[in-house]
Design a protein around this ligand. Structure first.
Ligand SMILES: *Cc1c(COP(=O)(O)O)cnc(C)c1O
Length: 387
């Protein structure tokens, strides 16, 4: 049996994989078992921030693995402390809780907000307002937060205490938040799985102002948009707002599992001993990997991300077969005349790996994708757009 057949036999059938067996890579290039080369325009859904098998990242992991790979959270270790300090320094947030995924980072954010509201306003202030078309994860609670019905259907009853409102409709948000005694509002500044849609600037600012006036915790989900992807360290920085809580994961550790919930001044001490926890959270190897990533997301890199973003937008916006281009930074959605799935398949045949989001082709290349590799990928994607 080959790997594809074995996978179908032994791996739960939740993933409709492409018939490609990837075995290795370097930077923005990956290779399948037959040695076929692909340009990676998806980076494992925005995870491999500096590409595959990046040298600096490898060294950080190897050094930490040779020293200490896990201790449990019963003891002090330094990589998580160093990483938390850097994250707080870059954001002005106050404390960090580490977990292992985006969903867990959001779970912690929701718990923090509920506890803050219960302590401060009373137990009936628990509702979390989220946006329709959002995506916040696959656990039962983060599914509840996710504003897309089709994710809910199979798993009812979901966690109660969530209300969904339309992105861009500040009146609906205000009314719903006040009526439901909201504890928190959670949103992605650029909805990723929902179709790579950047929220309107005035809307985001109004939400932040409303949240502050009413002492409602504002959580920004930076799981996909974070860690340089948007062209700023976190996407909310493009909007001139200051959230109370930030959740992040995907690109944070460059390909190892790590989630982080950044707690602002209001909620930094909301958790006491035993109020929350994670066996693997803050794992030394994952945190050492993240430090090697975070240290390189400086102004020069961010400017480079924005420049490559301009190139992608410019190349696609009037290209034949393209209806529209959306997104921010190196998080781009292309609405194509031809079905997005067909474009992705054709790109794959021609040696470029792309993603989809709803009815769009989604591009999330490594932050350091070389300019000539990017140009080559763009040319191949363009060739694949013709109906
Ligand atoms: C991917 C994603 C999540 C879930 O992250 P997991 O690591 O898969 O749990 C949550 N929020 C957003 C915005 C995401 O893109």
């Amino acid at each position: 049996m080959n790997i594809i057949e074995k996978d179908k036999e032994y791996i739960a059938s939740t993933y409709n994989r492409f018939p490609v067996h990837l075995v290795r890579g370097k930077g923005s290039l990956v290779y399948d078992e037959n040695g076929k080369e692909y340009i990676d325009m998806g980076s494992g859904i925005g995870v491999t921030s500096f590409g595959i098998a990046d040298e600096e990242w490898q060294k950080a992991i190897a050094a930490q693995a040779a020293q200490l790979q896990h201790t449990s959270n019963l003891y002090y270790t330094s990589p998580c402390v160093i990483l938390a300090g850097k994250l707080c320094e870059k954001t002005g947030m106050s404390k960090v809780f580490f977990s292992n995924s985006g969903a867990e980072a959001n779970e912690c954010a929701i718990k923090a907000a509920r506890k803050y509201a219960a302590d401060k306003k009373g137990k009936d202030y628990y509702t979390v307002i989220t946006l329709r078309n959002s995506f916040h994860g696959r656990t039962l609670t983060t599914l509840s937060a996710t504003g897309q019905e089709h994710y809910h259907e199979l798993y009812t009853p979901l966690t109660p205490g969530f209300a969904h409102v339309e992105a861009g409709n500040i009146e609906e948000l205000r009314k719903t938040a006040l009526e439901t005694k909201a504890a928190a509002i959670i949103m992605e500044c650029v909805q990723g799985e929902g179709g790579v849609i950047a929220l309107d600037k005035d809307f985001v600012k109004s939400v932040a102002e409303f949240a502050r006036e009413n002492d409602i915790i504002l959580i920004i989900d930076e799981v996909q948009t974070g860690n340089g992807r948007s062209g700023m360290f976190y996407s909310y920085m493009n909007y001139g707002i200051k959230p109370d809580v930030v959740s992040t994961a995907k690109g944070l550790a460059g390909g190892l599992p790590l989630g982080a919930t950044l707690l602002g001044e209001k909620v930094k001490d909301v958790f006491g001993f035993g109020d929350h926890g994670s066996t693997f959270g803050g794992n030394p190897v994952c945190c050492a990997a993240a430090v090697s990533i975070i240290d390189r997301i400086d102004d020069a890199l961010l400017e480079d991300v924005r420049e490559k973003s301009r190139i992608i937008f410019e190349e696609f916006k009037d290209a034949p077969g393209v209806e529209s281009v959306s997104g921010m930074g190196l998080m781009v959605g292309i609405k194509t005349v031809k079905p997005a799935g067909d474009v992705v398949k054709e790109c794959m045949n021609k040696g470029v790996l792309c993603l989809t989001a709803k009815d769009k082709v989604r591009l999330l290349p490594a932050l350091n994708i070389p300019a000539d590799t990017l140009k080559k990928a763009i040319a191949i994607i363009k060739e694949s757009l013709n109906p």
